[in-house]
Structures are given as structure tokens and as C-alpha cells.
Design a protein around this ligand. Structure first.
Ligand code: WT7
Length: 647
């Protein structure tokens, strides 16, 4: 176990903090003892057409499963992110865009953002998009990504953002899942100086018969390089919004109307469309954003995530803009043009709050302190971490080198399904222990259960479940209610996170990682089954099994075992071909780090692959293989051990 160090924010930080040390326990108690009163009060932070009186209607009983918050409330998310700020904050910067190319940046005021959103919202209506119609957004990290999300929210069209790093096939699967009329994309993205062929990827995805619902592709001119435009389907964004009025009547939405779906990996090959609704999601994201990031009017807030992930939805777009904050949208990567880039951007825009992933910290840490020390970072006052457990060494480096010991760190645990943060320090109120996400946010009742579902008290280790509901919780898996139910039936009456967890004597939570067939690669969730189905789709592959293994930078890496069809011979060339194949099928984030040939897989007599054994081999821990006597043919294990790729 790691040596536990406790970091408390400085007296200066605490003196200015929104939430003081005594507030946390009191507010937490109120939120648990009287949730309706607590969440009624919190809902007042937003502008409603009709303020809700029915605050919470939740049942985790499998035969009556439903989660509803503020259901008689009426609201529009884009109005809360834009219109209501115009009077007092019209000239305030809403978005600072920093391009991949360090010479390119732009500031967009709330007034200007409002106008841009209205123009696009009008254009979408003209294209026939109505309340309830899905719109797929496949854009790089440019202001239009936020504009597109808010324009959809304005007209009640749920969006489905697809990460720009996904392949045509992954994009096609997501299009097929929600049947949009319109896709918004760009000619190309730009990352680390290299173009990403977004429009060409859309063209390929639209060749699939199951994506036929798409009538219009709206294309942002970004790099300006030539792309194929197919008339009348493809329309340039700039000509489409030109001449549109800069005002647009918002759709009055029910609190429980869908705001968006976002796909995430599960333990089968098909990604799940996690559905979030409007009122509760916006209450939760804006409230957590203000409290956990100790938000002040003059902050410049930067979350380095991509809008293709939930972190970008909740903590680049909806939370910060609902709060009238200044949010940075960064197109680039941490190492371009060099390893100082993050800190140069911090200095350039005087960023005060910085939120990133442990994998980025570890990658920067490996380059040493010099690239950090070259920059000032004097504007920084608070740091955040998200996406995977942060190892205490990386935490200490982040704290000491990046924050110069001055900035508290909030390690925020949550998931796509959660909508917003559930377990995190509140910087002035909760002392931090490196590696622990610390204590539950208001209203959140975590519990640790053993494999039989028994709730463990006190110091414990087991499976992390949540007993309560919170406003930003997902409402279903789009088109697949059975998979939604699965979350509540593993340990009946609770929401099961899929994570393992330990609770220490102070009640602090330490997330230990996934306990299901999902691995966390650089803070991105990847289903092993997704990589396996990509591999077996190759004509020369008979069978594949994929497991995670500890990786210095990525947290977990992808380790694939592959059995070829009879008569096929393994070769270095084929290995490279298969790795490239997975990249092409899913996207670069799914690239296997290791691919080992398996003449045969270790299987039980009933034919089930024993992943436990494959995991141990990938972890280079053959001495911990455990009992192999139930295998149909125990001899296959020795061959796999002898040929293992990590030593
Ligand atoms: C999984 C959720 C919503 C955040 C972005 C990832 C892991 C996330 C932490 C943290 C330890 C974390 C969990 C979780 N995770 N944050 N602070 N400490 N683990 O969202 O793709 O839905 O993945 O990320 O394993 O289950 P996601």
C-alpha cells in the first residue's frame, strides 16, 4: 500500500474558497437527509420556464426501474448557457480557442457565441431538424463543436458527438444507432501538425446501408484543404449560416427530454449509447463545476479533454457555460510543438484552473522538469485530474512541479453514465491524499460490496456501487433497455459502477480500476470485446482474446492474443498488419500494444477462454497463474508463458 500523505489547501486558498471545511459535512448531511429540499435549492441556480416541484422520482427496483429528476420542470440548456448571461456578461469571453498551431487563437464573447449558436440553430431548423431528431457531430476541437452542441440543444435535437479519432466504421456504427438526418463535420482536423481526414471518414461511413437516414452533411471549412463535396447532400457550414438571423426562438423542453447520447464501451462488442436528459444533467454539471473547481467570476478554466468524451460535454461545454465561465477549447496535443505546450497555453491565456488526465501528467513527467520550469504558470490556482486512477508519484509531481505546491488537486471520479463528478475533493474543504478521489459529492451515497453483494462497512475493499440517485445520472442505454437494467441488477437495488474500490479509515475512496472486461487506456474506456471483434473480422484470424496490462504512461495497455485460421502462418508482417487493422477498424486509441500468437487459447472444458490466465501472462506474472486444472488442455498455458511479450 502506498504511503499516505495528506495535503491541505493553504490558508489563503481556504480563505477565498466557495466551500469552507465545515460546510462540506453539513451540506453533505443535508443532501442525504433531505434530498428533495437540497436539490430544489440547487435547481434555483438555473433559469426555468417552469420551476420544478416534482424533484425526484427514482426506483432502482429491476421490475420498476426508472430515474427521473425535476420531471415537471421546463427548461432549455442553450438558454441557460447563453441568453441568461447576456445582460451581465455579454462582453465576457465565453470561449478561448487555442489552435493546434500556436499562432492561432480566438476569443468569443457570450454575445458572439449566442449569435453563432442561433444562426446554426436556425440553419438546422431549415434543414428540417425538429425537436427529438438526432444530429451527429464529428468535429475537431474547434469552437464550432460547442456551437453545434448548443444549437442542437436550442432546438431540442439531441446530439450524438463522435470523437474525431474514431474510424469510419466506428462512426458508422454510432450513426446507425441513432439515425440522424444531419451530420456536422469539418473538412479536416489538425493534431500535432497532422491533418485528420474527417470529411473523408464521413463519406466512408455513409456508404454503409445502415446510415441511409443522413440527408445533409454540414462541413466546417477548417484546414481549407480540398475535400469531396457531394451535391446536394454536402453543404458548407459558412454558407449555410450566412444570412441566418442572430436570434432563434428556443424550444421549451421538459426536464426529462433527452439532451444527448454519447457512446461508451461495455463488455460486449457494441458500444452503448448513454442517454442524458436536460434538467438534471445541467443542474448536476453546473453545480459540481462551481463547487469542485471553486469557480470565481474571473477564472479562466481549461479542461484538456476532447468534446468527443463525456468530460468535454460536462466540463468544457455545459457546466462551465451554464456558469457563465470562460472555458478554453484546445485543439492540439501536449507535445506539439514541444513538451511545454500546456504550460505555454496556461501563460498565454492566464489559465487559473487546469483539468487534465493522469496519462498526460505521466507523459510530461517522463520529459523531466525543464519543459515545465521554462514557463511561469503563476496564474494557476487549482489543478484537476480525471479518467483513471492517478498514481501518487504523478500526483506529487503535478502538485510540486506544475502547481509549485500552491495549487490543490481535485482527483475527480465519475463515468460517462454519471453525467458529472460523483467522488472528488472540494479543494478548500476536503484535504487531499494523492491517489484517492477522497469523499462523495453532495447527494452521492457510495458503498462497497463483496462479490455476493453484501455491503461492507468501514475499512473495506470490493466493488463500488452507488445507493442513491443524483440529477446527472443517465436515464437509459439508447435502444437497449436491457443493458441499462444490467447496471442495477448485478447488485440489486444499487447502481454498479464496474469499478473496484477501497475505503480507508478516514472514509476516503481509492478507485482500483475496472473489475469487468473493460480496460482504461489513457483515460479512455475500451471494451476488450470491441478489440476482439475487430481482430476476428480479419479474414486470417480465427480467434482473439484481449486483456489489459499495466502500462507506464497509458495506465493500461492493450494486449491481444490471436489464433490464426488453420494453414495460416504467423509472421512479423502479419502482426503489423493486424495492429494496423485494429487502428483502422476502431481508431488509433484501440491500437494493441502487444500482439501474441496463440496456437491455442486456454479454455475450460465448456470452451470458455480463461481470461484470468491471459491477464496474468500479460502482466508478466506467470507465477500467479493459480489453478489451471480446470483447463481442457493445461499444456497450452506453458507455451503462452514461454512466448510472452512483456518481461
Ligand atoms: C471509468 C469511466 C468521466 C471521466 C472520464 C472517463 C475510470 C474515471 C477516475 C478517477 C480513478 C477513474 C473508472 C471509471 N475513472 N475517473 N478520478 N480515478 N478512476 O469516463 O470513459 O466513462 O470511464 O474511468 O474506471 O469507471 P469513462
Amino acid at each position: 500500500m502506498n504511503q499516505e500523505r495528506v495535503h491541505t489547501a493553504s490558508p489563503d486558498f481556504i480563505a477565498q474558497a466557495n466551500i469552507k471545511p465545515d460546510d462540506y459535512r453539513r451540506m453533505y448531511r443535508e443532501s442525504i437527509e433531505n434530498p428533495d429540499a437540497f436539490w430544489t435549492n440547487v435547481a434555483k441556480r438555473l433559469d426555468w420556464y417552469r420551476f420544478p416541484t416534482d424533484i425526484r422520482d427514482v426506483s432502482y427496483r429491476p421490475d420498476d426501474l426508472h430515474v427521473r429528476w425535476y420531471q415537471d420542470g421546463r427548461i432549455n440548456a442553450s438558454v441557460n448557457c447563453l441568453d441568461r448571461h447576456l445582460a451581465a456578461r455579454g462582453d465576457k469571453t465565453a470561449i478561448i480557442w487555442e489552435g493546434d498551431d500556436p499562432s492561432k487563437s480566438e476569443r468569443i464573447s457570450y454575445r458572439d457565441l449566442h449569435a453563432r449558436v442561433c444562426r446554426l440553430a436556425n440553419a438546422l431548423r431549415n434543414l428540417g431538424v425538429k425537436k427529438g431528431d438526432f444530429v451527429v457531430i464529428y468535429l475537431p476541437m474547434i469552437p464550432e463543436a460547442a456551437v453545434a452542441m448548443l444549437a442542437c440543444a436550442r432546438i431540442g435535437a439531441p446530439h450524438c458527438v463522435v470523437f474525431g479519432g474514431f474510424s469510419p466504421d466506428s462512426l458508422g456504427t454510432r450513426i446507425a444507432d441513432c439515425s440522424p438526418k444531419v451530420i456536422i463535420t469539418a473538412d479536416e482536423g489538425l493534431r500535432g501538425g497532422r491533418p485528420v481526414a474527417l470529411k473523408a471518414n464521413v463519406d466512408k461511413a455513409l456508404q454503409r446501408p445502415d446510415t441511409h437516414t443522413v440527408e445533409t452533411v454540414v462541413v466546417v471549412r477548417h484546414t481549407g484543404n480540398p475535400v469531396n463535396m457531394q451535391s446536394p447532400r454536402d453543404r458548407w457550414y459558412d454558407t449555410l449560416v450566412e444570412g441566418q438571423p442572430a436570434v432563434c426562438e428556443p424550444e421549451v423542453m421538459d426536464a426529462e427530454d433527452p439532451l444527448f447520447i454519447l457512446h461508451t464501451s461495455g463488455s460486449t462488442g457494441k458500444p452503448k449509447g448513454v442517454l442524458h436528459t436536460t434538467g438534471g444533467y445541467l443542474v448536476h454539471t453546473s453545480f459540481t463545476h462551481e463547487v469542485i473547481f471553486d469557480l470565481k467570476e474571473d477564472d479562466v478554466y481549461w479542461c484538456t479533454a476532447d468534446v468527443g468524451w463525456v468530460t468535454g460535454h460536462s466540463y468544457i461545454v455545459y457546466g462551465p457555460l451554464a456558469n457563465g465561465a470562460t472555458t478554453v477549447i484546445f485543439e492540439g496535443v501536449p507535445n506539439y510543438p514541444d513538451f511545454s505546450r500546456f504550460w505555454q497555453v496556461v501563460d498565454k491565456h492566464q489559465v487559473t484552473i487546469f483539468y487534465t488526465a493522469p496519462t498526460a501528467i505521466r507523459a510530461l513527467m517522463r520529459e523531466g522538469e525543464a519543459p515545465v520550469a521554462k514557463t511561469s504558470r503563476a496564474s494557476l490556482r487549482l489543478l484537476g485530474s480525471v479518467g483513471e486512477p492517478i498514481n501518487p508519484e504523478a500526483w506529487e509531481w503535478y502538485h510540486r512541479v506544475v502547481g509549485e505546491g500552491r495549487c490543490p488537486i481535485v482527483d475527480t471520479w465519475w463515468q460517462t453514465e454519471n453525467g458529472g463528478i460523483l467522488i472528488s475533493a472540494i479543494p478548500g474543504a476536503i484535504p487531499q491524499k494523492p491517489g484517492s478521489a477522497t469523499l462523495p459529492f453532495f447527494g452521492v451515497e457510495p458503498a462497497i460490496v463483496d462479490n455476493e453483494g453484501k455491503v461492507l462497512e468501514g475499512v473495506a475493499e470490493g466493488n463500488l456501487v452507488i445507493l442513491s440517485s443524483w440529477p446527472g445520472q443517465f436515464r437509459t442505454v439508447y435502444g437497449d433497455p436491457k443493458r441499462y437494467k444490467d447496471y442495477f441488477t448485478t447488485y440489486p437495488g444499487t447502481y454498479f459502477s464496474g469499478d473496484g474500490c477501497r475505503r480507508d479509515a478516514d472514509g476516503y475512496y481509492w478507485i482500483t480500476g475496472r473489475v469487468d472486461d473493460v480496460i482504461n487506456v489513457s483515460g479512455h474506456r475500451m471494451g476488450t470485446a470491441e478489440v476482439e471483434s475487430a481482430l476476428v473480422a480479419h479474414p486470417r484470424v480465427a480467434e482473439a482474446a484481449v486483456v489489459g496490462f499495466p502500462h507506464d504512461i497509458k495506465g493500461q495497455g492493450i494486449y491481444a492474443y490471436v489464433t490464426l485460421n488453420a494453414g495460416e502462418q504467423p509472421s512479423e508482417e502479419l502482426r503489423r498488419e493486424l495492429v494496423a487493422w485494429v487502428r483502422k477498424e476502431i481508431g488509433p486509441i484501440a491500437t494493441p500494444d502487444h500482439l501474441q500468437w496463440a496456437a491455442a487459447m486456454p479454455k475450460t472444458r465448456s470452451g470458455k477462454i480463461m481470461r484470468r490466465i491471459l491477464r496474468k501472462i500479460a502482466e508478466n506474472a506467470p507465477e500467479q497463474l493459480g489453478d489451471t486444472t480446470t483447463l481442457a488442455d493445461p499444456s497450452v498455458v506453458q507455451t503462452l508463458v514461454n512466448e510472452r511479450l512483456v518481461r
